[in-house]
Design a protein around this ligand. Structure first.
Ligand code: PLP
Length: 388
């Protein structure tokens, strides 16, 4: 875990500058402009009881420090903790911060988060539709200890009013956590609108190149940070130095990548919106999206994910997902390359027979940063094949 000095010089920088420079000063001994990958598991001590800055790599490592500093800076967080995967980060947050009262999750939640609660952790939880902020006070169960939010949600890209739900969580003494993986700190700042904790799967947009797994937790409260640090160091689900380097390297281009993801995704959403084979398009940037007005208040761009339900139902969804050329059929999202998924049989299969199951007619697109005309041609050809 790192603690950032608030008011440090970099706090005045814009996000693209922080992504490249926060925590990444040229190396003090060599001048290397690239953060060194320090592979050592242990560090020499100057005398008995006189360790230097680092002792043992599970507790802290310089490459991880650089990553934690950079991501904490992007989220405007005082404390930052990197983990070996998004799920390791989520596991640490739930283990450290869930109380005896139920954890509330949205009805549309990342399948792995649901599986962790249902199959691994011994934590009471309840799924609640949080998309109508006005109804939330009545829907939160008594004694709620933690409210888990995603916005946009996965896979339906629903929007939750983060400020309103965080305020309601606080009125009940509950902790509010936001999984900000889909929006990234470039487009949305959960801590600034009242969330206590922000979580990322850095495997997705932050890494951005589909070549590394990682997770991150950012927060401001020293008491909550101490509890999380105890889990990070004690349980040890930390990322290796090379993984930290890959995420740091990916983050350097986050600003330009997100601009391209947003532009391509909007164009793809508009193409789908007018197509007869498509029953509904879910993209928070479209005025037709029920959460559009709230999205405009809490996001500075609408992201690279687009979901659609097909008029031809499950058969059409499976056939489109399996039949595109440039959109590779695969799990995950947020890389430079476009991906297509069928959540009901893939990421959201853990929700299978539950009321939270994904609509089998839904396909989810992670729109990459290829030339837009090629993505459009691929989708148009795929949709035309459905009709024939
Ligand atoms: C992928 C994902 C996770 C899990 O992250 P891993 O790095 O795969 O462990 C959590 N939340 C969301 C929203 C995700 O997309």
């Amino acid at each position: 875990m790192i603690e950032r000095r608030l008011g440090a010089p970099g706090d005045g920088w814009g996000p693209a500058t922080r992504a490249i420079h926060a925590g990444q000063e040229p190396d003090a001994t060599t001048g290397s402009v690239v953060t060194p990958v320090v592979l050592a598991s242990t560090f020499a001590q100057d005398g008995v009881g006189r360790p230097r800055a680092y002792e043992y790599a599970r507790s802290a490592n310089p490459t991880r420090d650089a990553l934690e500093t950079c991501l904490a800076s992007l989220e405007g967080a005082r404390f930052g903790l990197a983990f070996a995967s998004g799920m390791a980060a989520i596991d640490a947050v739930l283990r450290a911060l869930a109380g005896p009262g139920p954890v509330v999750i949205p009805t549309d939640v990342y399948g792995g988060t649901y599986r962790l609660l249902a199959e691994v952790l011994d934590v009471a939880f309840e799924a609640v539709d949080l998309t109508d902020a006005a109804a939330v006070p009545e829907l939160l169960p008594p004694g709620t200890s933690l409210v888990w939010l995603e916005s946009p949600t996965n896979p339906r890209l629903s929007i939750i009013d983060l400020a309103a739900v965080a305020a309601e969580a606080h009125r009940r003494g509950a902790v509010c956590v936001v999984d900000n993986t889909f929006a990234t700190p470039l487009l949305q700042h959960p801590l600034a609108v009242g969330a206590d904790v922000v979580v990322h799967s850095t495997t997705k947009y932050l890494g951005g190149h589909s070549d590394v797994l990682g997770g991150f937790v950012g927060l401001d409260d020293p008491g909550l940070a101490r509890r999380l640090h105890a889990v990070q160091r004690g349980a040890g689900a930390v990322p290796g130095p090379l993984d930290c380097f890959l995420v740091l390297r990916g983050v350097k281009t986050l600003a330009v990548r997100m601009a391209a993801h947003c532009a391509n995704a909007r164009a793809v959403a508009e193409l789908l919106l007018g197509h007869p084979a498509v029953a509904e398009v879910r993209y928070p940037g479209l005025p037709t999206h029920p959460g559009h007005a709230v999205a405009r208040t809490q996001m500075s761009g609408f992201g690279g994910m687009v979901s659609a339900t097909l008029a031809g139902g499950e058969e059409a969804a499976r056939s489109l997902a399996g039949g595109l050329e440039l959109f590779t059929l695969g799990e995950s999202l947020g890389g430079v390359e476009s991906l297509v998924a069928h959540p009901a049989t893939m990421s959201h299969a853990p929700l299978g027979a539950t009321p939270l199951a994904a609509d089998p007619a839904l396909v989810r697109l992670s729109v990459g940063i290829e030339s837009l005309e090629d993505l459009v041609a691929d989708l148009q050809a795929g949709l035309a094949r459905l009709a024939s």
